[in-house]
Ligand binder design. Structure first.
Ligand code: DQA
Length: 151
């Protein structure tokens, strides 16, 4: 990267993701959110990128975090709000910042109500179905995007 300005990636984990490890492990895996966050921070550090993580069960808190805009790229797993939240969609549209949507499970392979995402068409791209690797793939995509931008 050309500049020395430290870039920042914000990772938002939506409702019930604090339960990872115990929550439907056959669908979401046996690893905990702490493990995911630790791995993401280690990976980001290798590229000298600051990475902050937030987990919230509250739609309002997630809207606040998105619209504060203290990041260069956002990685978001809106969890159940993916399928319901016009507020989160509007927040993403409002800040016009690069964002990546991720899901642990393949939402297109599950119940019909999960097949509709209200955010997919307002983000750069979506990664769905690779378990915790969905997060690392999103981080790789975010880092590539930032590196291209700074060339
Ligand atoms: C999820 C999929 C959502 O449908 C669900 O409500 C979640 C997690 C995923 O990561 O696979 O809480 O976003």
């Amino acid at each position: 990267m050309k500049t020395n300005k430290k870039v920042k990636i914000l990772v938002i984990h939506g409702p019930n993701l604090h339960l990872l490890g115990k929550r439907q492990p056959d669908i979401y895996g046996k690893f905990t959110l702490e493990e995911i966050n630790k791995e993401l921070k280690q990976e980001a550090k290798k590229s000298k990128i600051e990475l902050q993580t937030i987990q919230s069960n509250s739609e309002g808190d997630i809207v606040e975090a998105i619209t504060k805009g203290c990041y260069d790229v956002l990685i978001i797993n809106p969890a159940a709000y993916t399928h319901t939240s016009v507020a989160i969609r509007d927040a993403l549209l409002g800040v016009e910042k690069p964002a990546i949507e991720i899901h642990l499970s393949n939402i297109y392979k599950r119940e019909d109500f999960r097949k509709k995402s209200l955010v997919s068409d307002v983000v750069m791209g979506t990664i769905s179905g690779f378990g915790k690797t969905s997060y690392t793939l999103a981080l790789e995509a975010a880092i590539n995007f930032l590196q291209e931008k700074q060339k």
